[in-house]
Unconditional design. Structure first.
Lengths: 350, 476
């Protein structure tokens, strides 16, 4: 498989360490030039893979270009659209053949349930011979050729039908109905939440951009951002909910900042209605070495924000205070930072 | 917190009054409240006098020395009367009684009754606070400002025999004294009568609260557009919506519900009750249910349902004419809501059609509303599910591992993929099925094109494994 290199840490580990143990190799390319996918492909390539908006570097993929390259050599494009959700992006409309989501994130919306979903565009021709799993007989189903023998009405959905009856059935990672139900509740407010996430994130990004102690900010919705034009095309110009930045004082200052926050929750998650903060290089992407981190767009000082739907004034007040604390080298321990936070009257919300 | 609003109201009343006492209440009330006040409380010796709350002086005129509280709704169900809380609170305090306010139809987002002088606030959490029509619960909030020990409330100034002679309004320590009402409510009515809220419901309401501001803004903006649409429709005889400039409640709602109008619209079509009935049955997006405050739009005919235990005179006093249709406007795309009303009104005006549709079938399962493609927000609320045999509006949670076969032939056929059906929840589950269809439709794919898995990493496993040429020979 050929995959973009800007990936969620867990995906990267799966692609780099686990799949090769089963004989499936993944070649990582710089997805900002779709031609790189084709250069890395050969006759054993079965799919291209990318994220609509990558975690955490916020690279927006040119889905149409990558899909075109994939189809030109007869392979499907699989797209992880977690960071955009169906509200901001419909990858199928841009040529994706398979869309995956972590329902845990913005679709669920409240950080309460864990789940995933796969959606089949129903347009890929699986029987062309490029995918032996679909053109050769399946011994566990009486010799059925998934890409050839299904009745006409079912044929377009060969991929998702096979996924349910072969990997899901036999490997068992099914979604619990309680979690399904939670995700249905979340979906009911998805449009409202995404609008608020994005408008809040833009305000946060602008605030950070103008702050003297902030060295750099990335947010696709900022006009100065390298992803600004692509995000206009692919995520309705809304910018998304994620903001990444680095403060003066590097990783140390970033750590103090995170520990000084009293509204942003320091957790390993994104896509909650509540604002979240983390230091990716030492957590979500810590299984990579420095070189791999750099390839994923994760410099050592990066702080990642998943901006929630709180009142924006409160979000910015928390960052203001936390940045101020981060710039005071005299603070020795997290306890001192928290004590300072309480003394400041910043509501601990507990 | 209590099991439901009706128990919240009941506990609030019996926390101030006992046999021989009375309450003075506005007459524009939810039907269940009215029945509680008019039938049940009197059988326990507590009388309720109903007054026209649009003149706060009426509360005083009806009060006497046994009056223990005044009561009203911020925005009444269904007549959308907006109470002048400050004026009513002032009257109540002038004679030393508290004002209890049911703020369900406004929620804390639009109105803070305590800031306007209310002493006790009650809510049905079932409605907009919960937000999704899934759980039932109520809550009581104590303003902490009423002086319970003055002697006007014997329940607070006389010794409580069940607590060693404690006088609730007099003997509590200084830090607890302001909350005498809510402390007594938890330890006397709640503890002994038992309508406690389930923690599962409490948890769901917490999820709902996270989006309350966003939802109320959208409910109100949608409701205003619906009201304006109805106002200009030739077949609509009358419309009431506090957010319409021409509405009698327009000025009061500017003061008390931030001028947002609220989420409820009531109206009557030409052809009276008959036409109203046909309209309701012709809706395919508005769900015909007895509820309000769901993210999904709802419709009902109050005179024959929610307020049916009243006679015609009582209904009129509650602002419920026989032809009234009540809308709880949801968060769907406004174009879809208006399209549904348009076709339903048209059907209602087709005289002598006499045709009752086979089902009040909600058609959004095929992605259409009134024959047109449904918008994103509508699909997010309705995709993949229409009421099943139980008629449940909310999606049921099927906590089952296996499913029962109709026969051995049926079982064999299912395993051979000869027909589609539920065998085992690892493969298919009806709750997950709704989610799969909804997300697939939101992605613009075929409704059967979705597959739910246990985590976001799992889809990658499934996807890449189906593409592997090399078979996995070791067990996972």
């Amino acid at each position: 498989m050929v995959s973009g290199r800007n990936l969620y840490g867990g995906t990267y580990t799966q692609f780099n360490n686990i799949l090769p143990k089963f004989g499936i190799t993944v070649t990582f390319v710089d997805e900002t030039d779709p031609e790189n996918f084709v250069k890395a492909a050969d006759e054993k390539t079965r799919a291209f893979f990318c994220e609509t908006v990558s975690n955490p570097a916020c690279i927006v993929c040119d889905l149409e270009a990558i899909a075109t390259k994939a189809h030109a050599i007869g392979v499907p494009l699989i797209v992880d659209a977690t960071f955009s959700t169906p509200y901001l992006t419909k990858p199928i409309a841009h040529g994706a053949d398979v869309v995956v989501h972590s329902l845990t994130k913005w679709i669920g919306g409240h950080g309460t349930g864990i789940g995933g979903i796969v959606v089949d565009a129903g347009t890929f021709k699986w029987g062309a011979g490029k995918h032996p799993l679909y053109s050769e007989p399946d011994g566990s189903y009486g010799g059925l050729r998934w890409g050839i023998d299904l009745p006409t009405e079912l044929a377009p959905l060969a991929f998702i039908l096979r996924m349910r009856t072969v990997p899901l059935r036999n490997l068992g990672g099914c979604l619990h109905p309680d979690n399904s139900w939670l995700f249905l509740q979340g979906l009911e407010t998805l449009p409202l939440r995404m609008e608020k996430h994005c408008s809040n994130a833009l305000l946060v990004a602008k605030y950070l951009e103008s702050h003297p102690a902030v060295e750099w900010v990335r947010y696709p919705g900022l006009e100065t951002d390298k992803m600004y034009e692509l995000q206009k095309k692919y995520i309705k110009g809304k910018g998304g909910a994620m903001v990444i930045f680095g403060v003066k004082g590097g990783k140390e200052a970033g750590t103090r900042l995170i520990e000084a926050c009293t509204l942003f929750s320091h957790v390993a998650n994104v896509g909650d209605a509540k604002s979240l903060i983390i230091h990716p290089a030492s957590t979500t992407h810590s299984q990579m070495n420095a070189e791999q981190q750099a390839a994923c767009g994760v410099p050592p000082e990066m702080v990642r924000l998943s901006v929630g739907i709180e009142d924006p004034a409160d979000i910015i007040a928390d960052l203001e205070f936390a940045i101020a604390v981060s710039q005071q080298a005299a603070i020795a321990t997290p306890q001192q930072a928290k004590a300072k936070a309480k003394g400041k009257g910043s509501c601990s919300m507990m | 917190m209590t099991f439901g609003r009706t128990s919240a109201i009941f506990y609030a009343i019996i926390n101030v009054a006992e046999a021989g006492d009375n309450i003075v209440s506005g007459r524009n009330l939810y039907g269940g409240t009215y029945t509680q006040f008019d039938n049940i409380l009197p059988s326990l010796g507590i009388t309720v006098t109903f007054v026209d709350e649009t003149d706060p002086e009426n509360f005083l005129k009806a009060a006497n020395d046994k009056t223990r509280a005044f009561y009203c709704e911020t925005v009444s169900n269904p007549a959308c009367i907006v109470c002048d809380l400050e004026a009513i609170a002032a009257k109540a305090h002038a004679i030393g009684v508290p004002l209890i306010v049911d703020a369900t139809f406004s929620t804390p987002y639009l109105t803070k009754p305590i800031a306007h002088g209310a002493d006790v606030v009650v809510h049905s959490l079932t409605k907009w606070i919960g937000g999704h029509g899934t759980g039932i619960g109520g809550i009581v909030v104590d303003a902490g400002t009423f002086k319970w020990g003055t002697g006007k409330h014997p329940l607070y100034s006389e010794p409580d025999g069940s607590y060693g002679g404690l006088r609730w309004g007099i003997d509590l320590p200084a830090e607890l004294a302001p909350l005498a009402f809510i402390l007594r409510m938890r330890t006397v009515p709640l503890r002994n009568l038992g309508s406690c809220i389930s923690p599962d419901n409490a948890w769901m309401f917490l999820q709902g609260l996270e989006t309350l501001p966003l939802r109320m803004e959208k409910h109100c903006s949608n409701a205003l557009l619906v009201a304006k649409y109805l106002e200009s429709h030739p077949a609509v005889e009358w419309v009431r919506y506090p957010g319409l400039e021409t509405d009698k409640m327009y000025e009061l709602q500017k003061k008390y519900i931030k001028g947002k109008g609220g989420a409820m619209v009531i109206f009557g079509v030409k052809g009276g009750k008959e036409a109203g009935t046909q309209l309701i049955e012709a809706c395919t997006l508005f769900s015909h249910v007895a509820n309000v405050g769901d993210a999904k739009s709802l419709i009902i005919h109050p005179a024959s349902t929610t307020h049916s235990q009243m006679n015609a005179e009582q209904q009129a006093a509650c602002g419920v004419p026989p032809e009234m249709v009540r809308l709880s406007v949801g968060l769907e795309e406004i174009e879809d809501l208006i399209a549904d009303l348009e076709q339903a009104i048209r059907t209602s005006q087709t005289k002598g059609s006499g045709k009752v549709p086979e089902t009040n079938a909600l058609t959004v399962q095929d992605g259409l509303v009134a024959g047109q493609g449904a918008g994103f927000a509508t699909l997010a609320l309705h995709g993949g599910y229409g009421p099943d045999a139980t008629t449940s509006r909310g999606v049921p949670i099927y906590r089952t591992s296996p499913y029962v076969f109709k026969s051995t032939a049926h079982a064999a056929n299912l395993f051979a993929l000869g027909e589609l059906g539920n065998i085992y929840s690892r493969l298919t589950n009806p709750t997950t099925d709704v989610l799969e269809k909804r997300v697939a439709m939101l992605e613009g794919a075929h409704p059967l094109a979705g597959l739910g898995v246990s985590s976001g990493c799992a889809p990658h496993d499934c996807c890449t494994l189906v593409h592997a040429l090399r078979r996995c020979l070791c067990p996972l």
